[in-house]
Design a protein around this ligand. Structure first.
Ligand code: N2P
Length: 340
């Protein structure tokens, strides 16, 4: 009798223990990137509780994973960071047989240099980094990165708190590639950012919040975040500066250390359903990589010229690439800018 009760107790504990883990999915992503509708939709359909945590930048995500954070099942690094994480053995190869909706992705977002066989990453959204501004205040409308050095807007604008993006903007303004590995170009860009620093109200990646609230009238920001701010404050506009800008593809990956890889694959497959993917675009205001999702979008979003820029604008965009060992120089330059 006692034996039986003990056995029952052990079974219950084991079941609950596994159940706890099996029924939880931990997503680590950017702010305002996985909406409540997506989260609760998955929870009720699959019976898995979804916990969403946010990181501020790719470097922040990398540092957390390298320092041993191991509870995450799904992460969303950008393109160049996927390449870095693969080298660091931080990602788990994807089992595409568990992600049949992979076939819904447009070929133009697949097999990119950061993950040539899509062994580790699935594209989630894409966008650009440009200038968001309040058109009722910033006049004439900015068309150049030099607006971010314009003393008239001193103390009224923000820069991305992101070493590759902000150094990238300075490099572009100076006429260099955002992937420059020339120490002199990098030193010039650093000097430019140090010169700009007294004018900057805030370094912040969640620009949707401060542009939308009116805390800043201009922001170096990611496109979707400007469009999210515009949904709150209709005078907000977004421009890709004439010097060009970065274009990113943010991806969905499963960390090597993920406790619940099965649910992670299920979640990725769910995100790639056209209807669900359309909800991702509606919430984030970034471009979809699933063409069939576009028919589920309201007209204003389906052909939004900021989300789907015309060819001549697309041609001015550059993707950030993994710079290997040279990244250390960017780390150092950014630390120096921030320490000034
Ligand atoms: C979402 C910002 C995401 C994009 N708020 C940057 N890769």
């Amino acid at each position: 009798m006692l034996k039986r009760m003990l056995l029952g107790l052990i079974l219950t504990v084991t079941f609950l223990g596994c159940g706890g883990e099996q029924n939880r999915l931990h997503v680590f992503t950017w702010a305002n990137y996985v909406g409540d509708e997506i989260r609760t939709g998955f929870e009720s359909e699959f019976g898995v509780r979804v916990v969403v945590d946010v990181f501020a930048s790719n470097e922040d995500l990398l540092a957390k994973l390298k320092s041993g954070a191991s509870g995450y099942d799904v992460i969303m690094p950008s393109d160049y960071m996927v390449a870095i994480m693969v080298k660091e053995n931080l990602l788990s190869p994807l089992d595409l047989s568990k992600i049949p909706n992979f076939n819904n992705i447009s070929g133009q977002f697949l097999k990119r240099d950061f993950d040539p066989e899509n062994r580790y990453s699935i594209p989630y959204t894409w966008g650009t980094a440009g200038i968001g501004y309040d058109s009722s205040v910033v006049n004439p409308p900015p068309d150049s990165l030099s607006a971010l050095w314009d003393k008239r807007y001193s103390g009224k604008f923000s820069m991305l708190d992101d070493q590759r993006e902000s150094i990238g903007a300075a490099l572009k303004l100076l006429g260099y590639s955002v992937n420059s590995t020339d120490l002199r170009a990098l030193a010039e860009a650093k000097a430019k950012l140090i010169e700009q620093k007294p004018l900057v109200k805030q370094y912040k990646n969640e620009a949707d919040e401060i542009l939308g609230s009116g805390d800043v009238v201009m922001a170096h920001c990611w496109s979707g975040d400007a469009f999210r701010a515009a949904a709150r404050r209709s005078s907000i506009k977004y421009v890709i500066p004439k010097e060009g800008a970065t274009q990113f593809i943010d991806t969905v990956c499963i960390p090597a250390s993920a406790p619940n890889k099965a649910a992670a694959a299920q979640f990725i497959n769910y995100l790639l359903r056209p209807k669900i993917n359309a909800k991702v675009t509606e919430f984030t205001k970034y471009g979809t990589c699933v063409p069939a999702a576009r028919e589920h979008l309201p007209d204003a979003l389906r052909n939004h010229p900021g989300i789907y820029p015309p060819e001549e604008v697309l041609n001015k965009l550059e993707s950030l690439r993994d710079l290997g060992e040279f990244t250390r120089n960017y780390d150092r330059a950014w630390t120096e800018v921030k320490a000034k």
